[in-house]
Design a protein. Structure first.
Lengths: 196, 579
């Protein structure tokens, strides 16, 4: 089933169907979820990546292509199927292998020193695709991910808020009860002072 | 074709340059100011609530492709473009790179921590020698006292607080202690122009715990309007502050404070997307103007008898070196930067660390400067600063507990449970200046304009690590009193060597053989050339540098104008009493 939940199918602008399926599958393991408790896949992280690879991250487009081919070749060899076709447990085992092969593993601030040499391509790809999946889950929906603000609702983060009232700022407030806003909401509601 | 000529040229319109632009233009000097970034107006930032744009993609951060900086640990190593700020993972934390570019500069991205340096900071060397003996200092340190003391800079601090706008609670006005402020405050001429910001929800837990331990927490002085002031609005507590520009003009960013005043005089022309690459000298050896690349990439010259470099400490040093203005080899020496000693923890209850601004918290000075206790094993103190909020989701994910799962169900549950309970603290300890730490021109790396990049040679020393370790124990004690059970801290020798707080590389001093600029910021080697910023600092302690950098800017503006027979005029809104 294509990215997202229910009938929400969006066009791809640069990824192939197969590539999108692979990224969907990875997203489903980075932040697992389902319709009731959405994760990165339901947030549309793959659509975020599709839009980014055609724009800001266009230099990484060839790397995504090479890495996804490499990942599928690896799982074909080990399990006789493409990554997206594997059971969740097998997918996790493959991803854990890639993570261990990387130069990092102790939080992003410690793994800056990653490169694209072929020997570590898949491990670097793991760090990069993980980062982009997180961006596609916790960034503003304007970029194609965080659909229905599910990433922010998971955290209880009220999003692109123009501000908070003193009452909302008081200790003890359950932030999950506050309205969650996106940049589109701000633009629609025009909370700024037009006289300025 | 004759070369264009004006009264003054300013390079960089950030924390310092915009102040100089305002004072010079107001005094009637025809001034051209160059800014390599954009000329921003407030409506540009209406939709700044965006971590992808500003945090992940660094919309206002210098990009290592266009503005490369290289680093190596020692002079035996080959430098590489900042490894923690480049590569496939993209732009790193704005904290560990160069300050923002565009009009406003570092005051676009800053959190607005507006600490004054306590009096002992101006005589760090003497204070350490008196207490511990000269033998206690690292043998290779080039540490010196400032050419003036707190009493001489106080009235410039007052100007910054009133002209740029700082909210806070005074601890001591004209010798009279005040409740609610920092009891260790040195006397100030008058109160802050605005009361403190409303505290973020997590601050009370920190302040209460600190008090129980006998410390004296006080509201962090904030360069953010707590009430409408200086034709700018009050803070809305949106929680998107540090690393983001302000959407309502409440944060004191010079594009919103000084620059509009400067432009209203009609004497200032801003040339954005324009990069100065060299300071030129006249036949008499005095400052004669600059060479720059305009937005079209064409190299041009402009003449001016006054040239102000205000492009950040490191860029200032780079420009001096590119201009061959380094006869005494002092340019680029005495590099100092901050080690933040980041502490992260999970509070027992929700504190909503996204509501309000990060400086809407408390700090304590009990262990600051010369109050570092005997037996700590370190020579200089630091405040402990609470960081209760302004932690957006991606930033939070990037600073997660390294013991927590990085993906999968465990990762999801960790975030779901803990994100709303995150709390941070930091100390700030700087390395002592040393012959081993310096900046110069990289022999191979150039920017796209063909200009050599700046190279940093710096590594954390034993004293740096011991300082972080000592203050880590203090943070742990406070955390325990706050009920924090899960916590993690940065390594004492962290991976970064830039903190947006780089200082010392064009040191000021009275002796022209041992410094780059005089006590007012004018070049010893080339009169008419003013080199301003944290690069002037002879020493660097535990406090955020910007308020002091701006105080030095006002001092320089006053001296510069006096030299041309003009007078520095205070702004109208800076004349009154507290609002």
């Amino acid at each position: 089933m294509p990215t997202g939940s229910g009938d929400r199918v969006e066009a791809l602008t640069i990824l192939s169907e197969e590539e999108a399926n692979t990224i969907d599958a990875i997203a489903g393991r980075i932040i697992p979820g389902d319709t009731a408790d959405p994760g990165a896949r339901e947030a549309g992280a793959t659509i975020y990546i599709d839009r980014a690879l055609g724009g800001f991250l266009r230099e990484l487009r060839p790397v995504y292509r090479r890495a996804i081919l490499g990942l599928d070749a690896l799982t074909q060899e080990r399990h006789g199927a493409a990554f997206a076709e594997l059971e969740a447990e097998a997918q996790d085992a493959v991803l854990a292998d890639l993570e261990r092969g990387g130069q990092g593993g102790t939080g992003d601030t410690e793994v800056r020193d990653v490169g694209w040499d072929e020997g570590s391509l898949l491990s670097t790809f793991f760090e990069v695709v993980r980062e982009h999946i997180l961006q596609g889950t916790f960034g503003d929906p304007a970029y194609g991910g965080n659909r229905d603000l599910v990433g922010w609702r998971l955290l209880g983060f009220p999003g692109a808020r123009w501000g908070y009232t003193l009452k909302e700022m008081a200790p003890g407030v359950d932030a999950r009860s506050l309205p969650v806003k996106s940049l589109a909401d701000l633009r629609r509601e025009r909370p700024w002072d037009d006289s300025e | 074709m004759s070369t264009e000529s004006v009264d003054a040229v300013i390079v960089g319109l950030g924390a310092v340059g915009a102040i100089l632009a305002e004072k010079l233009a107001t005094a009637g000097l025809r001034t051209v100011a160059f800014e390599k970034g954009e000329h921003f107006r407030d409506p540009d930032f209406r939709f700044k609530h965006d971590e992808i744009r500003y945090y992940a993609r660094g919309a206002i951060s210098p990009n290592m492709t266009r503005d490369p900086v290289t680093w190596r640990a020692t002079s035996r190593d080959t430098a590489a473009v900042l490894p923690w700020s480049s590569g496939p993972l993209g732009v790193d934390e704005p904290l560990f790179g160069m300050p923002a570019i565009g009009t406003g500069g570092g005051t676009l991205h800053w959190g607005g921590a507006a600490f004054r340096f306590p009096a002992p900071e101006f005589r760090m060397r003497s204070a350490i020698v008196e207490r511990f003996g000269a033998g206690a200092l690292p043998t290779d340190t080039t540490l010196v006292d400032w050419p003036f003391g707190f009493d001489e800079i106080e009235r410039y601090y007052d100007l910054v607080e009133w002209e740029q706008g700082v909210s806070g609670a005074a601890g001591n006005v004209a010798g009279e202690p005040r409740d609610g402020g920092n009891p260790f405050d040195d006397p100030r001429t008058r109160d802050y122009p605005m009361p403190p910001l409303h505290a973020a929800p997590g601050d009370r837990v920190f302040a209460d715990a600190a008090r129980r331990l006998g410390y004296h927490p006080y509201p962090i002085p904030a360069a953010i309007n707590s009430v409408p002031f200086a034709n700018r609005s009050a803070c809305t507590y949106c929680g998107w502050c540090h690393g983001f520009p302000c959407h309502v003009g409440a944060k004191s960013s010079t594009h919103a404070t000084s620059l509009p005043v400067a432009l209203a005089t009609g004497n200032l022309e801003v040339r954005a997307q324009s990069r100065v690459c060299q300071v030129n000298r006249g036949p008499d050896g005095r400052a004669g103007g600059v060479t720059y690349f305009g937005p079209d990439g064409v190299r041009r010259e402009i003449e001016a008898p006054i040239v102000v470099l205000a492009a950040y400490s490191l860029e200032n040093a780079r420009l001096l070196l590119l201009s061959d203005l380094n006869a005494n080899d002092q340019v680029g020496q005495h590099f100092m930067t901050h080690n933040f000693g980041w502490f992260n923890g999970v509070l027992p209850e929700d504190s909503n660390p996204f509501v309000g601004t990060l400086v809407a918290g408390s700090a304590l000075d009990d262990l600051g400067a010369d109050r570092v206790p005997d037996g700590a094993g370190v020579l200089w103190g630091s405040p402990i600063v609470g960081f209760p909020t302004d932690i957006q989701p991606l930033e939070a994910v990037h600073s997660m507990n390294p013991e927590a799962p990085r993906w999968g169900v465990g990762f999801k549950e960790w975030l779901r449970t803990n994100y709303r309970r995150l709390y941070r603290m930091y100390s700030q300890t700087a390395n002592f200046p040393s012959a081993r730490h310096r900046v110069d021109l990289d022999p191979t790396v150039r920017d796209p304009w063909g200009v050599p990049a700046l190279r940093i040679t710096h590594d954390w020393d034993d004293h740096d690590a011991r300082s972080v370790e000592f203050f880590a124990t203090v943070k742990e004690r406070i955390a325990q009193a706050m009920g924090i059970r899960e916590s993690w801290q940065h390594a004492s020798r962290p991976f970064y060597h830039l903190s947006t707080h780089e200082c010392g590389v064009h040191r000021m001093g009275e002796n022209p053989a041992e410094s780059v600029v005089d006590a007012d910021g004018q070049s010893h080697e080339c009169s008419g050339l003013w080199v301003l910023g944290g690069g002037q600092f002879p020493s660097f302690g535990g406090y955020n540098p910007t308020l002091t950098i701006q105080a030095l800017a006002y001092r320089a503006a006053e001296a510069l104008l006096e030299g041309v027979g003009a007078k520095m005029e205070p702004l109208e809104w800076a004349k009154g009493g507290p609002v």
